[in-house]
Design a protein around this ligand. Sequence first.
Ligand code: BES
Ligand code: MN
Length: 456
Amino acid sequence: MQPVLDYLKQNQKRFLAEFCDYLRFASVSAQTQHKPDLLACAQWLVAHCQKIGLDARLCPTDGHPIVVAKTKREKNSCQPHFMVYGHYDVQPPEPLDLWLTPPFEPRVAGRNIFARGSTDNKGQNFAHLKAVEAYLKTGTPLPCDLTFVIEGEEEVGSKSLAGFLKQHRRELACDAVVISDTGMPAPGRPALTCGLRGIIAFEITLRGPARDLHSGIFGGAVDNPAMALAQLLARVRDETGRVKIPGFYDGVAPLSKHERAQNKNYPLKDAQLKKMLGVPQLFGERGFTPTEQRSARPTFEINGLTSGYQGEGSKTIVPAWARAKITCRLVPDQQPAHVRQVVCAWLKKNCPPTVRLEITAGHGAEAYHVSPESQPAQAALRALEKAFGCKPLLMREGGSIPIVNEFKKILGADSLLLGIGLPDDNAHSPNEKFSLDCFENGQRMSAYLWPELAAE
Ligand code: BES
Ligand code: MN
């Protein structure tokens, strides 16, 4: 192990330069214009994996390519096999004017690197690649076989990957999936994430007049779709955010006493959270702490709201339509299909007859829960402690990684969620960053992980 750790220590400068190359690809999966950038990024990854000694290939899909990279196998290897999952696609960088430097021109400032995708997820998966490089380049035998699966559609719902898993079920069968695409609560405080929220996404459009109308000539005699949408959406929740749609909370599992007690020790305190997020006051359902509200409770969120004139100055119209992009976060044991059904039924029932309602369904996924008692989870906890020199925390997180459910269903494998992102990394926000300390500790975590996992 020492040669591996020494190699990591000695090569940080080069790793950083390579990481910058990875970050320069504008691999924005949601935007068609970036399709060539996703391909170029995937090709760069394949070449990089080959350079560090992995057998790597690019697998085209109907969407963006999947990169598969494997350690060279001994004939009839009976070593355990682990998958490392990550994604090279990133969220749209907009609004661009809020970035201090351009999102795809990485900038190092102190111990942070700023770029879209730095924490979510390029930096986190690159840390694992650097750890395996250290094993391969120092000739240190790996006690297990590894397969990296790095996809390009995570931020848009992983449409191609489930089919790919089914197609390559034999090749990808593994003892566990290791994922660093979550967070840790504070610098130096590692965590094993035992739960993720699920999600349903959809868009609703209210259509009124056949075209935008003069609001002086016609306003008052026709409904205003933007007002109607505001009124409809306002009725979805009470003033604490509790959703009023009947059936929305069906199946929600209560938090255990033990978990609630643990949540009290969560290092990020409410006052810090408030300051970090720039809100005048925190918000949320009564009877739950902010930590619980953002990880163990379901929500209904507007992600985008569009209608009428958005340009300079004023324009007196009744807009022809109004649209909202919505996602609900789900928790165990809510059923995505059921939540979608009760939400759609409620919207239809409550939409006034003065506008027409259209609903377009988007992606959906169940929440995820994995036991921290399992042997692989215990092995992961030991590796975290060795790498960070500090007892790891067990926590649930509020984000979603839909494909973890498919890893379980299709491959029968649990996912170990070993995140190295920080709460102030600005994932999905302007000025996303990644801490270089997390990058280094992540590499060491990955290095320690394989012997611990293989020993089980
Ligand atoms: N890395 C996140 C998920 C995440 C973040 C989990 C923080 C736990 C803590 C991932 O890249 C992501 O953003 N997923 C999307 C999924 C969606 C597009 C289906 C999400 O959660 O919004
Ligand atoms: Mn993300």
